[in-house]
Design a protein. Structure first.
Length: 106
């Protein structure tokens, strides 16, 4: 029972501390809010007939290189036809969408 009470109290305090009201919004404070758009042509075609599985993480470094960590084991048999192979789990792309480096896996 004590564990339940501690967990419940923690969740309530966290929820109260994370409230975001209209008056506090960045737009109301006059701050610029970044706007992101999807580029359906990014990244460029992957080399070696690679295909990407479920993406587990994405990061951008100081050179604007995009790093993707994906799970090759999530690819289904119908996705891995004879001409496609799972890409290595770690992929690095330059800003234009070309693969710079890839490693990991078996």
């Amino acid at each position: 029972m004590l564990i339940f009470l501690v967990l419940h109290t923690t969740l309530v305090v966290t929820a109260l501390g994370c409230q975001f009201t209209e008056g506090d919004s960045p737009a109301r404070r006059g701050e610029n809010i970044p706007r992101f758009e999807v580029d359906p042509l990014w990244p460029n075609h992957l080399p070696n007939q690679w295909i990407i599985g479920a993406v587990a993480g994405v990061a951008v470094d100081s050179r604007d290189h995009v790093w993707i960590v994906h799970r090759p084991s999530t690819l289904q048999p119908n996705e891995l036809r004879s001409e496609w192979v799972a890409a290595p789990p770690v992929l690095e792309f330059d800003p234009t969408g070309n693969v710079v480096a890839a490693w990991g896996g078996t």
